[in-house]
Design a protein around this ligand. Structure first.
Ligand SMILES: C[S@@+](CC[C@H](N)C(=O)[O-])C[C@H]1O[C@@H](n2cnc3c(N)ncnc32)[C@H](O)[C@@H]1O
Length: 279
């Protein structure tokens, strides 16, 4: 899994236990899924998971760890990982932006990331297999980056891990959960709360004013592969300035959270409201 601020790596067992103790539920909605660590653990425990996050890289992680099922993608993913691990580097947008204009990765790894990302695009894979390959590349790049875990800045001196060679691994994709196939969504959390229904909702919003898009802009550009214009020393994508979340804003967060909680509907309550013709 990638380094991610606010990731629930150490809390996953406690969250799982709380949900299991709360009742005999079948489905869980994770509205701010991030790395999808929580959704992955819930899927492993048998729950049908609906994972949502408004950033494309997080949606890709959720498609890999929550929506894709091992029996459908793992054999092909293993073949592609072996094939891409032999690809020579070929410098392009990624190397120029994140190894020359800035120093997040060493150029030898930047060139391999460029070559593998272009190869993934050229294969025109089905969405779930493509997400598994993008996660494999994101995680491989994360193992050789030169940051403290945030992409707002790179280190002045190279991190020791940056000199290692980029190597893909097959992500830990799980078999389909006993309670049914999971789904990944890329919606604003308030919209997702309105549109999606599950027995339990798990809410883990951001904690401060720093947007996750700004913190992880390299993963967003790697996944979208839209080669955007960048600004500043960290070479952030220009849309970091416009794509803001109310959950990163002190004046806006209370109203957004209220709206989200009012929108959340348990299946029983939704059915009851529908039967009575109520909104
Ligand atoms: C604290 S992190 C979640 C961490 C996650 N539980 C994990 O273990 O990795 C908060 C997440 O909320 C997402 N987010 C922020 N504002 C959002 C919004 N308005 N709608 C949907 N997701 C949002 C961010 O992209 C980020 O991944």
């Amino acid at each position: 899994m990638i380094k991610y601020i606010g990731s629930k790596r150490t809390l996953v067992p406690a969250i799982l236990e709380l949900i299991q103790r709360a009742g005999d539920f079948g489905s869980v909605l994770d509205l701010f899924s991030g790395t999808s660590r929580v959704g992955h653990a819930l899927k492993r425990a048998g729950y049908r998971v609906l994972a949502n996050d408004h950033n494309a890289y997080a949606h890709t992680l959720a498609t890999c760890y929550v929506q894709a099922d091992a029996e459908e993608v793992l054999a092909d993913a293993a073949k592609l990982v072996a094939e891409f691990n032999t690809l020579p580097g070929e410098a392009g947008y990624f190397t120029d932006t994140f190894c020359v204009q800035s120093r997040f990765f060493q150029p030898k790894n930047g060139a391999r990331i460029d070559a593998i990302r272009e190869a993934i695009a050229a294969k025109d894979l089905k969405p779930e297999l493509e997400a598994v390959m993008l996660v494999s590349l994101m995680e491989a790049a994360d193992r050789v980056d030169s940051t403290t875990g945030l992409q707002m800045a790179y280190l002045k001196s190279w991190a020791p891990r940056a000199s290692g060679d980029l190597q893909l691994r097959v992500p830990d994709v799980l078999p389909r959960a006993t309670q049914g196939k999971g789904r990944a969504f890329c919606l604003d959390a308030v919209q997702a709360a309105r549109d999606l229904t599950a027995d339990v909702a798990y809410l883990d919003p951001p904690y401060n004013q720093h947007s996750y898009l700004g913190n992880y802009h390299i993963w967003e550009s790697l996944v979208r592969w839209d080669k955007p214009e960048v600004y500043g020393v960290a070479c952030k994508r220009v849309d970091v300035r416009e794509r803001r979340s109310p959950f990163n804003s002190r004046p806006r967060v209370a109203a957004a959270m209220r709206q989200l909680l009012e929108s959340l509907q348990a299946p029983g309550r939704r059915r009851l409201l529908q039967q009575r013709g109520l909104p």
